[in-house]
Write a protein that binds this ligand. Sequence first.
Ligand code: SLL
Length: 255
Amino acid sequence: MANERVRERGTTVFRPIIYGNTAVVLTPKERELLASPDHTHRWTVAVRSAASAPDSDQVGGADDLSYFIKRVTFKLHDTYPNPSRNIDKAPFELTETGWGEFEIQIRITFVPESGEKAITLYHHLKLHPWTASGEPEIPPLDVAMKLGPVHSWQYDEVVFNDPYHNFLNLMNEHPPTPLPKTKKKPIPFHLANPGSLEASKGGVPEFNTLMIKEECDRLEDARKSIIAEQDRWRQKLIEKEKELERLQKEVDAGA
Ligand code: SLL
């Protein structure tokens, strides 16, 4: 087709995604049934749409992302057999068992009509609960089990600049489910401490637009404090320069 490879210059299209993992402690029974009895956790690493499906107990994943994602490769720790795992259809996730945390390389390949290069993200597989400071870093398994599933998710946006005309059409045919305005479930995501009351009632964290606002506020506060800090140091520098000038004059007068 004649128009297929025409780029829409100056246009940007993006899709909100989350990537990360959930993990649960295996029961002694489950461990007995495993080929590797030293494994203590079952975990799922995933790339999902940011919005959660209505009434779902899953973080994110309202939309099927296979209209623009062709493959997700999860590169696991070398202690795993065939550590490079390709997932070629939605949901782009992988469930495994293991005993240790490690960095997972997540490579996202886009559909060929996008003409886009693959991107690589990194996620630290989180197995152990988010404990408050002062507590031992890794609680014993029986304690961790009572705390419930561990969640560790990162929000991101996949941005395509100057997309091909056809690809842009394809993207526009699949608008993302918007994030909810407020959290439906009363559990603050970044404090997704599985020991919380909400979690014990089965609450699951969810990304929402309030979190975007909170992040903007944090950035704005950081920007202001950097400016204040700069002013303080600039003032100090001016004072020191004046002092230098004064001392230089003294030296010159004495010479
Ligand atoms: C650590 N640096 O020492 C990390 C490595 C490796 C985790 C963690 C299963 C391996 C298998 C597994 O959990 N590997 O038995 O297949 O904590």
